[in-house]
Design a protein. Structure first.
Length: 224
């Protein structure tokens, strides 16, 4: 068994905690003119993630919530349920239902946004270009009907630490958020069989293995 390298769970959790705590640590420096009179919450999702999620064999059912913290800044968190990707569903169909996969998992993310330009009512709508430190943690469990009977499965654990850049557009209550970014990732695949655990080679499990993480996507939703 080879030793895991790079970012571990505790490091990711620490960064997320620091991001969540940043607003409180700076609280004494805030002045009245920088506070939000009517902070809003923006709920967003991406229907395309239901076809293909962060793990190649998984779909993602995502919900994001962004809330203003002060003028030009906000905090966004998201939670996702992971299920079978379109690829696995098509594979089951081609096998006439004789082979069924079991996939389940979750993903959580956190980011703290600093908008470089804000348009419209600054107290309510966060629009324009932004930068954000971003962390995420993903866990997925993959097996089939037969292996599941013996508690045998493959587990994927993804940890990402990135810098995001994006542009968010607000039209009335409708919001669309385009983003890209790059950073570090630590993906670990493990096989659980016969009460033992073994580390799998990422080259055998991912189309693009390595520690470089590239972000590109969008979310859309409604603000309240």
């Amino acid at each position: 068994m080879r030793k895991k390298s790079g970012l571990n769970i505790s490091a990711t959790a620490l960064v997320a905690f620091l991001m969540l705590s940043a607003q409180g640590l700076m609280g004494q420096e805030y002045i009245a003119e920088n506070t939000l009179s009517e902070p809003v919450v923006v709920f967003k999702t991406n229907p395309l993630a239901m076809i293909q999620g962060p793990v190649f064999v998984c779909s993602e059912y995502r919900i994001c919530a962004e809330r203003g913290t002060r003028k030009g800044q906000s905090m966004q968190i998201s939670a996702s349920y992971l299920g079978k990707s379109l690829y696995l569903l098509l594979s089951e169909t081609l096998m006439d239902g004789s082979y069924r996969f079991n996939v389940s998992g979750f993903r959580v993310t956190a980011e703290y946004r600093i908008y470089t330009s804000v348009f419209g009512n600054q107290n309510r709508h966060y629009s324009g270009f932004y930068m954000a430190p971003f962390v995420s943690y993903t866990s997925a469990r993959i097996s089939d009907d037969y292996s599941g009977n013996f508690n045998e499965y493959i587990k994927a654990t993804y940890q990402n630490l990135c810098i995001k850049a994006g542009y968010q557009v607000t039209r009335g209550k409708f919001v669309i958020d385009f983003f890209t970014g790059a950073g570090y990732r630590n993906n670990v695949w493990t096989e659980h069989e016969n009460y033992s655990l073994s580390i799998l080679n990422n080259n055998d499990m991912e189309p693009f293995p390595g520690h470089f993480k590239f972000l590109l996507g969008f979310n859309a939703g409604i603000c309240f």
